[in-house]
Design a binder for this molecule. Structure first.
Ligand SMILES: [Zn+2]
Length: 371
């Protein structure tokens, strides 16, 4: 292990089995992350529409950046020469980077996969590029990530069993190569694959746990399967992972998905939903979702969410937020993003607080009750 990482479970799940939710503290190179925690997505070394001060104000303690995008533009070597990703984007708290594999595997027809790695064409200029377990780890080390994700094979679902089985085998081989190759300032996390097949998930988890990683992700979910199978895969996969290591459910999702996954013992999340929806005018509130572009908000003087203390809700009316959206003003994207991330990070904080006082089962029941 080259970097520093330590995970401590502060509040373990209750003995009565009413929930598997736990609260923990993950110490990384650039700071401490209280779990359960949500990571805003900063694809291009920016969480769209926000600067680092905004991110701190909404309560972000760790963000995710995308290796694929930064490798292609502006290039990891350039970022390294400019002092690393933290310096480059002026964010001094932890950063987790994905391996780049998810984007490459989403490009059906644009890639050529073999046991050594994957060759693909850049979506920017069509140039031929290659990603291997070693090069993915070298890129993430150059960026200076606190958590580097291993390169895995993530087949889009639905897929035939043979294809998912082959992806599990390759993911284990690649995880071992990533573990050996990693020379960065952070720590590598492995990714469990296996689609919705229980025996393949068990095999993938068993093989990766034997490699003794500092953390484990549940991958290959939210890639085309229905929401109820996301929750089920998260539930049985989380239970296969060691209690003393952080568990990260990749790419999920809606607020109710986060609550269900925390109940299954998941600690970390990322999803584009709060930020992307904000830019599309879909806002999460304590009373459900609001589509701010609707006619009914044209003259509405009320705050977006009276229960929210963010800048958008404290200072402005729904009518103003609707106006900004309709007029395509960039302030609208910023305020909406601040609000949605305040909602998501506030939800995580409320869950941590409920876990801490032994009241998570009641919290979950009340959150998921029909409104
Ligand atoms: Zn708000």
């Amino acid at each position: 292990m080259t970097g520093a990482a330590q995970f401590k479970v502060m509040t373990p799940p209750p003995a009565d089995g009413s929930t598997r939710a736990r609260a923990g503290r993950l110490t990384l190179t650039h700071g401490v992350v209280e779990t359960p925690q949500f990571m805003p997505v900063g694809t291009n070394a920016t969480v769209k529409a926000l600067d680092p001060d905004d991110l701190r104000t909404v309560g972000a303690s760790i963000i995710l950046a995308n290796t694929y995008h930064l490798y292609l533009r502006p290039g990891h070597e350039r970022i390294a020469r400019l002092g690393g990703l933290h310096r480059f984007m002026a964010w001094d708290r932890p950063i987790l980077t994905d391996s780049g594999g998810f984007q490459v595997f989403s490009m059906e027809g644009l890639r050529d996969l073999d046991d050594d790695g994957v060759t693909f064409r850049s979506h920017l200029d069509g140039s031929l590029r290659r990603l291997t377990p070693e090069s993915s780890m070298a890129i993430q080390a150059a960026l200076g990530s606190d958590v580097a994700m291993v390169l895995d094979e993530c087949p889009p679902l639905p897929a035939v069993w043979d294809k998912i089985e082959a992806a599990v085998s390759r993911t284990t081989l690649w995880a071992e190569r990533c573990r050996t190759a990693y020379r960065g300032p952070g720590v590598p996390f492995a990714i469990v694959q296996g689609g919705t097949d229980r025996s393949l998930r068990e095999r993938s988890a068993r093989e990766l746990v034997a490699l003794d990683f500092p953390g484990y992700a549940i991958g290959g979910v939210s890639v085309g399967e229905p929401p109820e199978s996301i929750a089920e895969v998260a539930r049985f996969t989380a239970a296969l992972l060691p209690a003393g290591r952080p568990r990260y459910l990749m790419g999920v999702g809606r607020p109710e998905d986060l609550v269900e996954a925390v109940a299954s013992g998941v600690d970390l999340f990322d999803c584009v939903m709060p930020t992307r929806n904000a830019r599309n005018g879909t806002l999460f509130t304590s009373e459900g979702r609001i589509n701010i572009k609707r006619e009914e908000y044209r003259a509405d003087p009320r705050p977006l969410d009276p229960a929210c203390g963010c800048e958008a809700c404290l200072r402005y009316s729904r009518a103003y937020l609707r106006h900004l959206f309709v007029a395509n003003e960039i302030l609208g994207a910023r305020l909406n993003t601040i609000h949605n991330l305040t909602f998501y990070l506030g939800l995580m904080s409320a869950m941590r607080e409920a876990i801490g006082r032994g009241a998570f089962a009641a919290f979950r029941e009340s959150f998921l009750a029909p409104r």
